[in-house]
Design a protein around this ligand. Structure first.
Ligand code: DGL
Length: 261
């Protein structure tokens, strides 16, 4: 699994829950975080390097646990690797379509994700055109999360500013279209109010990962060796390790890998 930083850990947490017998190899590209404002071609070049590294780790599947990287070119990545590969956009859209009653859905994400139009494209394909989608970029959320400022007054102020326009649209479902955002879900929920369901793509992505592994006879089995997880980062290991331990409630160690390795 890969992300620009700690965001993909929201997907890891869900995989722990739904697929407890799997071994996870995680790469957080913290030296290049945030991905959101970068050109898509540059994000793709980072992802290619990470995928090359991950493939030295005896993996059986890749999850792009990052909306910005998924939006930058899921189809390109699929051409590069001969392993099952899953992004996080389709699973979130599917969950939102299942939930909405008003047929008005919002999506928030990084500037790169929102500007790519990737959500709109998947929505149009899966909703048969009868659901309205309202999108808004929230670029500062990633930095708030990575700097441990989720509970600060600044986080609340920024959330009010970003989410104000979406509140007026009458949406009943809001996709957190960035894997960092579930880590801010308390403040996002407070600002949006109890009538809006927040969709984190983590849960749906884990469900789809199970399906893909089942279809390819790749599922780990109970009773096989105790799962062993490995965490790598391109920046300093300590801040990532501290956040990961806190978030996952597990004692993990991350190791720094300089890319290209
Ligand atoms: N967690 C990421 C995403 O889902 C990356 C955010 C960023 O690096 O800008 O978009």
């Amino acid at each position: 699994m890969l992300d620009s930083g700690v965001g993909g850990l929201t997907v890891v947490k869900e995989i722990f829950k739904q697929l407890p017998h799997e071994n996870i190899v995680y790469f957080g590209d913290t030296a290049h975080m945030p991905y959101g404002p970068r050109p898509h071609a540059q994000v793709r070049s980072f992802v290619y390097e990470i995928m090359d590294f991950l493939q030295t780790q005896e993996i059986k599947m890749i999850i792009i646990a990052c909306n910005s990287a998924t939006a930058a070119g899921l189809e390109y990545y699929k051409k590069k690797v001969h392993l099952p590969l899953l992004g996080v956009i389709e699973p979130g859209v599917r969950a939102a379509l299942k939930h909405t009653k008003t047929n008005k859905v919002g999506v928030i994400g990084t500037t790169g994700t929102i500007q790519s139009g990737a959500y709109r494209e998947v929505f149009n394909r899966l909703s048969c055109g009868d659901v309205q989608l309202f999108s808004h970029p929230c670029p500062l959320f990633v930095l708030i999360v990575e700097n441990g400022l989720v509970d600060s007054p600044e986080a609340r102020r920024v959330a009010e500013e970003y989410l104000g326009p979406l509140k007026d649209m009458g949406i009943d479902t809001l996709i957190l279209g960035c894997t960092h955002y579930p880590l801010m879900s308390d403040v996002i929920q407070e600002v949006m109010g109890p009538g809006v369901k927040l969709i984190s793509s983590a849960e749906e992505t884990a469900r789809e990962a199970r399906q893909v592994m089942e279809e390819n006879s790749l599922l780990g089995r109970e009773g096989e060796a105790t799962p062993h997880h490995r965490f790598f980062v391109s920046g300093p290991a300590k801040p990532f390790t501290d956040m990961a331990v806190n978030l996952l409630g597990k004692d993990i160690n991350a190791y720094q890998v300089i890319l290209p390795w």
